[in-house]
Ligand binder design. Structure first.
Ligand SMILES: *[C@@H]1O[C@H](CO)[C@@H](O)[C@H](O)[C@H]1NC(C)=O
Ligand SMILES: *[C@@H]1O[C@H](CO)[C@@H](O)[C@H](O)[C@H]1NC(C)=O
Ligand SMILES: *[C@@H]1O[C@H](CO)[C@@H](O)[C@H](O)[C@H]1NC(C)=O
Ligand SMILES: *[C@@H]1O[C@H](CO)[C@@H](O)[C@H](O)[C@H]1NC(C)=O
Ligand SMILES: *[C@@H]1O[C@H](CO)[C@@H](O)[C@H](O)[C@H]1NC(C)=O
Ligand SMILES: *[C@@H]1O[C@H](CO)[C@@H](O)[C@H](O)[C@H]1NC(C)=O
Ligand SMILES: *[C@@H]1O[C@H](CO)[C@@H](O)[C@H](O)[C@H]1NC(C)=O
Ligand SMILES: *[C@@H]1O[C@H](CO)[C@@H](O)[C@H](O)[C@H]1NC(C)=O
Ligand SMILES: *[C@@H]1O[C@H](CO)[C@@H](O)[C@H](O)[C@H]1NC(C)=O
Ligand SMILES: *[C@@H]1O[C@H](CO)[C@@H](O)[C@H](O)[C@H]1NC(C)=O
Ligand SMILES: *[C@@H]1O[C@H](CO)[C@@H](O)[C@H](O)[C@H]1NC(C)=O
Length: 630
């Protein structure tokens, strides 16, 4: 009797609770519509949100009301909406305009029981051609929107499982895998362009392969061609539209840079067994993907995909917090003998050489004395030991600059790298603990980005940089950086901060600059490249790097070398792309470098003599706006 009563109570509670949480398709579509209107009206008050709403653009957590909220306009005609009333989730693939340029835009909202939005996840794919194609389509292919009779539906779990098999099949793409989860008439579009059963003879992606896109979904997987995708992780299936038998999935595709050949089953390369991998895949890269699947029965029938590049191994802020820092092992179980202590300058230089040698020869990290729980980061992301540059580094240039701070057991390095055909500039920090074991290695590698055939090696979907580096020889690092100051140079935080404040505020007032101070960005001296000119901005500086800077944040000193008077630092430089009338630029006049919210990750060497900055050497890497390194 007691048990019966209890189950009735539970059942009643379930009914009440379900009724309270139901925002049906119409309601969810309305919330999405309101969101897009609020966004493009630049007014967050138009959207009902929870007080702790999580707002994310291209994987970066931003304050609601910043980022796209300041630049987006004109919601597109094309709007493909997915509704999941059971989970209170709604997603849309659509387009918006950023400072006059149309772009593909994916949004996902989590809607609470009381209609408040608690999560806003967006992906901006800056492909104007794809956006134009979407706008010319105006509506999704009809099959996406057709409701399926309840009796003909497969359950939610099956929808997710089949979509997941797509990713498992693509990851390291085994040509002999079981691809029976594809419908025989399956088709895929990528940025609105059909990339299956395509008879135009167009080459696929970064490759020269003109056959791949002519095949069907299953036949493509049976080529093994996609094996350069080495991992598909952080797989989420947040919006399951059961009524339309569709799933909107969010994942990250890793290319770890080790795969050197694409199979060539169609003899695209005239007799050779394999095609060389395009240079874009010389270096480790991650692509954030939003992908929709429409099933027919339990088979994948339509796929709609759009993606953008994020820093290698970037984590999703929507993963449980324990996944955020570590995706793999943070232990190497190293038993290698510790470095002798205490460390002087000469031995810190030797430590650096040991680390560089291990990276270069792809030796196991455990051959180094690495403390348990030590952290390895690359361009601001925590990686598993042995991943990233450990697998791809092939050359370190002869021109090497070593820095050290024996007081803090820290070593630093600046030098040139090569991964396959791609040159880069490496800034490195090695932190030892008091037992002579490595506690952290931080690597910043800014690779050359070359425009060229099939996309070259440019970071996907980024706008141009104010000053590009396409791999031109950088010349020898100016000897001033490795010259002894002949005294212990005080390198206080206040000095470094004054410099970054100057860049942020567009004034050299109060910044301790020597009057001959010069700055090089991505290997170039530009007109008005004196350190002071660079700070003035407002059109004075023709390179445009700092004239629209909205913040110089997340400033980190990696190494302070008091003997050489050098600070190795990294900072995130934000350009919020907000046209400011004070600058007399209207949005349509903005140069391409300034139309899109951007963050420049800038590792740099700052040389100080007698308390004055005399020289700055910097390398610039484009990052999604708001990028927060670890
Ligand atoms: C934003 O929307 C709110 C609510 O409708 C309105 O009261 C407010 O005036 C709007 N703000 C601007 C700047 O338009
Ligand atoms: C393919 O290779 C053969 C033999 O090496 C050569 O004669 C032919 O011209 C090549 N075809 C093309 C299109 O390059
Ligand atoms: C693709 O073709 C171009 C032009 O023929 C050639 O320069 C390039 O090396 C080819 N790329 C690959 C990856 O084979
Ligand atoms: C370290 O040792 C533990 C325990 O033996 C093992 O589970 C783990 O896989 C090892 N890690 C590595 C990176 O070898
Ligand atoms: C640095 O390494 C060199 C070559 O291995 C060695 O001869 C030298 O003694 C080392 N110096 C220190 C201070 O460890
Ligand atoms: C290593 O990573 C795990 C999560 O995978 C974490 O729980 C643990 O605290 C980390 N160890 C250290 C020493 O940071
Ligand atoms: C990189 O990818 C290759 C090929 O799939 C794989 O063998 C290797 O283990 C991967 N490296 C890491 C660190 O996962
Ligand atoms: C340090 O002394 C050397 C040798 O006398 C000299 O060449 C160099 O310019 C001095 N450095 C500075 C910063 O004065
Ligand atoms: C900055 O550059 C502009 C255009 O090249 C030039 O006219 C101006 O004189 C330069 N200003 C300084 C301070 O060098
Ligand atoms: C910044 O510099 C660039 C390059 O000279 C110029 O096109 C742009 O108008 C400048 N922007 C502002 C806001 O002064
Ligand atoms: C902007 O242009 C107007 C009209 O040409 C001019 O009066 C004003 O001084 C300019 N503002 C700036 C900040 O240059």
């Amino acid at each position: 009797m007691l048990i019966t009563l209890y189950s009735i109570l539970l059942a009643t509670w379930a009914v009440v609770s379900a009724a309270a949480t139901t925002c049906d398709r119409t309601c969810l579509e309305g919330v999405m519509d309101t969101f897009l209107k609020a966004l493009t009206a630049h007014n967050t008050s138009l959207l009902l949100t929870t007080s702790d709403v999580l707002y994310v653009e291209n994987n970066q957590v931003l304050t609601l009301g910043t980022g796209e909220w300041l630049v987006a306009s004109s919601p597109g005609k094309y709007r493909h909406v997915f509704a999941d009333p059971q989970q209170g989730q709604v997603g849309a693939i659509t387009t918006i305009v950023e400072n006059g340029v149309r772009t593909i835009y994916v949004a996902r909202l989590k809607v609470d029981a009381d209609g408040r939005v608690s999560e806003i996840e967006t992906q901006i794919t800056r492909d104007p051609a794809g956006a134009a194609l979407y706008e010319s389509m105006t509506v999704p292919e009809a099959v996406w929107l057709q409701p399926v009779a309840p009796a003909d539906r497969v359950p939610r779990e099956t929808l997710i499982a089949q979509a997941n098999r797509y990713y498992s099949g693509m990851e390291r793409n085994d040509p002999h895998g079981d691809y029976s989860f594809f419908d025989k008439d399956c088709n895929r579009i990528e940025d609105a362009l059909q990339t299956t059963n395509q008879k135009t003879g167009a080459a696929y992606g970064h490759s020269n392969d003109t056959v791949f896109a002519s095949l069907g979904c299953a036949a493509q997987f049976q080529t093994g061609f996609l094996g350069f995708v080495t991992q598909i992780r952080s797989r989420r299936f947040p919006v399951v539209d059961e009524e339309r038998q569709a799933v909107l999935a969010m994942t990250t595709l890793d290319h770890n840079g080790t795969v050197r050949f694409l199979p060539d089953p169609f003899d695209v390369n005239n007799g050779s067994a394999a095609q060389p991998i395009p240079p874009y895949f010389d270096v480790p890269r991650s692509l954030q993907a939003a992908e929709a699947f429409r099933l027919k029965g339990d088979k994948l029938f339509r796929i709609e995909m759009t993606l953008t590049e994020v820093p290698y191994r970037m984590k999703s802020p929507f993963l449980p917090v324990e996944h955020l820092r570590y995706l793999g092992s943070n232990s190497t179980n190293s038993t290698a003998a510790s470095f002798s202590q205490p460390c002087d300058r000469a031995s810190l230089r030797n430590v650096t050489d040991r680390v560089l040698d291990t990276l270069l020869h792809h030796k196991s990290p455990s051959s180094l004395p690495i403390a348990d729980g030590a952290i390895y980061t690359e361009n601001g992301q925590v990686l598993d030991w042995g991943n990233g540059l450990w697998e791809t580094l092939q050359e370190i240039g002869a021109d090497r600059a070593y820095f050290s701070d024996p007081d803090t057991n820290t070593a630093g390095f600046w030098g040139a790298t090569r991964e396959q055909t791609t040159p880069g500039v490496l800034a490195l920090r090695i932190q030892l603990d008091s037992h002579g074991r490595i506690r952290a290695i931080d690597v910043y590698d800014v690779r050359a980005e070359v425009t060229g055939a099939r996309g070259g090696t440019m970071t996907l979907m980024r706008p141009p940089l104010p000053v590009e580096w396409q791999g031109a020889p950088l010349g020898k690092l100016d000897s001033v950086f490795t010259a002894d100051n002949n005294h212990t140079e005080d390198l206080p935080d206040s000095l470094v901060d004054a410099y970054f404040d100057g860049l942020q505020r567009h004034t050299s007032a109060g910044v301790p600059l020597s009057k001959n101070c010069l700055r090089r960005d991505n290997g170039q001296f530009l007109a008005n490249s004196s350190c002071a000119d660079q700070m003035k901005g407002l059109g004075v500086n023709p390179n445009g790097l700092y004239n629209t800077t909205s913040a110089v944040r997340d400033r980190r000193v990696l190494v302070r070398d008091h003997k050489l008077g050098v600070v190795l630092a990294v900072a995130m430089v934000d350009n919020d792309a907000v046209p400011r009338s004070a600058l007399n630029v209207t949005s349509t006049q903005l140069p391409p470098t300034q139309r899109v919210p951007s963050t420049y990750m800038v590792p740099q060497l700052i040389k100080v003599v007698d308390g004055q900055i005399v020289r700055v050497e910097s390398m610039i890497k484009w990052m999604p706006y708001g990028y927060w390194p670890f």
